[in-house]
Each structure stands twice: as structure tokens, then as C-alpha cells.
Design a protein around this ligand. Sequence first.
Ligand code: 4AD
Ligand code: MG
Length: 472
Amino acid sequence: MLKHTEIKELIKLPLAEGETRNVTVKGWVRTKRGNKHVAFIALNDGTCVQSLQVVAALQGEENPDGFGEELMKKISTGACLCVEGDLVKSMGKGQSVEIQARRIELYGEADPETYPLQKKGHTLEFLRGIAHLRPRTNTFGCILRLRHAMAFALHQFYHDRGFVYLHTPIITASDCEGAGEMFQVTTLDLENPPKTPDGSIDFGKDFFGKSAKLTVSGQLEGELGAMALSKIYTFGPTFRAENSNTPRHLAEFWMNEPEMAFYEIDDNMDLAEDFLKHLTAYALENCMDDLQFLNDMYDKSLVDRLEHVQKMSFERITYTTAIDVLKSANAKFDYPVEWGVDLQSEHERYLVEHHYKKPVIITDYPKEIKSFYMKQNADGKTVRGMDVLFPQIGEIIGGSQREEDLGKLLARIHELGMPEQAYWWYLDTRRFGTAPHSGFGLGFERLLLFITGMTNIRDVIPFPRYPQNAEF
Ligand code: 4AD
Ligand code: MG
């Protein structure tokens, strides 16, 4: 293969007036325009938001060596090319360099009659229907590069702080969040499943010898890791069979969960705040071209908002304070507010966007609306949970200090009617060398909503899964 240079590198080359460089580029045609003497082709290889202008002289009486009509007809939006030529400083507006083509090889045509990405300015909704091709748009190029950058920055953050990346299983037999919204994993014959004497399905005959599901969270196994390695984190796909068709829920989403021995709730909050600021700073320092594009095209306050969050110290309040603030608020909510109710996103956004005007961490929730593993407070009513709420998003992180006392944890498990036996291994951490510990879960796509300024979670994951959709 002819060695080529990526466009990200070419646009950075400092070329003097009149200087030329012989280069080869490869990429996909975004647009082609021109006249009977010359064609201008915008070529993009996805390494950056900028396209490179290819200037191709056309064959004519005065230019017999130019590119012929036949080749030019086949070069249309979406086609893939290899171009060799001279890189020169560009006279045109909006680009620093362009390539004057000497040789063009057409790798693949894209029939203009059927290639769906023709005109500029397709709606995000239209692009969702062609998720297999939307990475070829500037918008999704930016989003997908930012997604990569955030995954990288996440690993870097934990690695630099001595955390161990623990791979927790995707197939599990226990329900971490106790919400029962899990996808069944089975190899049983669905037409004719084996039955127990009482008529229910006999999962003892299933692949794993018991009923197995896709995990909703790696936390329980994460806790096992923290109780040996001190600080761990997970990062992987999680699954929720909740039938919520909202712009903030996916059936398959990526979650990052750090878990730390010897951390109490305040340490947990400090870590979450540092972490979110690190990710935001990384994007601002390393991904400005992509951020600027999204800022200009979709959300004029994006960059300001990222800078603002990075500088602010997050507000830390209890659930009880949050309820007081909401009750005395001068706003109409669809869901009425009373101590004990779960906060809806309208409430979360009121607190963040109108009242405090910065990220808010809420702690000490009523135990009834939180999971069984959270540390119980002395008041007997609340638990040491924490949710981090962000502007435009609402809940971006959910976490807690964990209940490390075996007796209290067992009492809660019984109170909720959970099957104690299924958690024997989890309970062993409280039997053998238990210790205070804490952790949280970051919804990676919720983070990306914040970082990209997108408003629908289906636009920040390459191939979204949601009710009635598993295409691509
Ligand atoms: O608040 P959640 O349910 O917490 C847990 O699963 C804990 N086990 C985490 C822990 O303490 N280790 O989920 C954590 C985060 C939420 O704050 C939200 O950002 C995201 O995961 N999330 C979703 N993101 C997209 N689609 C969904 N259906 C989501 N459900 C939760
Ligand atoms: Mg939550």
C-alpha cells in the first residue's frame, strides 16, 4: 500500500509561501464542486474535523494531462480516494493547505442515487436511521473522537492514582440494583422449556445451572476487588431492561465504577468531583477543534459550560435540604415534592440550573428509594448515598458509602425480601475483614451528553440499543 499521511498531520505542516511537499492522502469525499477547468474535492479521513481540499485539474484542450471526465464522474460524495500530489499553502478561505492532485486512485465509488449522506444538514433523527454511515459526518466524527478521548482520560485518571482496572463479569446471577430490570441470558428451548414439578421454568437445566442475566452494574464484584486491592475501577457495558424511551436512557450503556476501601462518603465525593473536572479539563485541553465544531453547530454555550464546571466547586447538600429548596421554589413541577419521593429530572435540573447554578451533589437519601447496599445512617431513615447532578443532564453519577456491617446489611436484605443465599459471596466481604468503603457509577453516555452538548443519549454511542431497536 502506498504510504500516506493522515489529514490531521497534513493540516499542521508549516508550509512557506511557494513551498510544496509531495504527499499521499486517503479518505472519503465530502463534496465536489468546480468548473470545466478544475474540480475541488473536500476529502475527509476522520482523523480530525477538517477536510483537505484536493484541487484536480481537468482534461481540456489546453490541459491534455488533466483528469478525464470518466474518473471525475465517478468521484462523488461518499466515494473513497487515494490522492498523490503536491501539498501547498492554500489561497482559499478556511483552510491552511490544499493538495494539487497528480494521481487519483478511486478505491470505491458511492452511487449518488443511493448513498444517503448527500446534502449537508441532515437532522440527528435522520442520521439515527443510518447509524452505520453517520460516523462519516462531521458531527459524529467529533462525537466519536470525544468519546475515545474521554475513555482514554478516564483510564489515565485512575491509573495515575494507583487504581487497578478490574474486569467484572457481564453475565451474572445477581441483581445489583435490586430493580429487577434485567435481560435474561438463556440457551433453553423457548418453545419448550424444561419445567420443575411446580410448573415454573427449570433454570437448573439452563447453561449456567441457574437463572442468569446481563449485569446492571459491576459494583458487587467491584467491592470484592476493593476489599483486596484497595482501589479498583470497572469500565464496561451494562444493561437495563427498563422500558424508558427517554433522551437519557439506553438499554445498553457503558458505566465506569470505581470502588475504594477506606473511603467514606466525603472522600467519595472528592474523588467524583476531581474525576469529572479531570475529564472536562482533558477535553478542553486536547479536543478543542471538535468541541468548537459542536459549539458552533449545536450549542453556543458548550465551551463556556465546560469551563464553568471545571472552575466551580460543586454544591454539596443533603436530600432533606434539596426537598426544602424545591418546596419553597417558585416553580411548577409535574411531580409534586414531598420528603420521601424520588427526585425527578425536572427537580434535579431546577436545583442545578436555577437554584445553585452549578453541579450539585445530594447525599443522605431516604433508604426506601435507594439500593440495599448503602450505608445506613444513625437516624434509621436515610442512607449514605450520593448523586452528582449536572446542568442539562440531571444525574450523571450515582454512588454511596457501602454498609460494611454484616448484621445491618443482612437486616436490610431480609427487610426487602431479597434472596440472602444468592449473595453469599458478597456477604463474605462483611464476614471476613470488613472495612469502610465507597464507590460510584458514572454513566459514560451521560458524561458524553455533557461533554458534547448533545441532547439525546442515542447520539453519543455508536450503535444505541433501546426498546424496539437493536439495528446495526
Ligand atoms: O445510579 P445507578 O443505577 O447506580 C449503580 O448502578 C451503582 N451500582 C453504581 C455504583 O455505586 N457503583 O447508575 C449509575 C449511573 C447513573 O448515575 C447514570 O449516569 C447511569 O449510570 N445510568 C444510565 N445511563 C444510561 N442509560 C440508563 N438506562 C442508565 N441507568 C443509569
Ligand atoms: Mg441512580
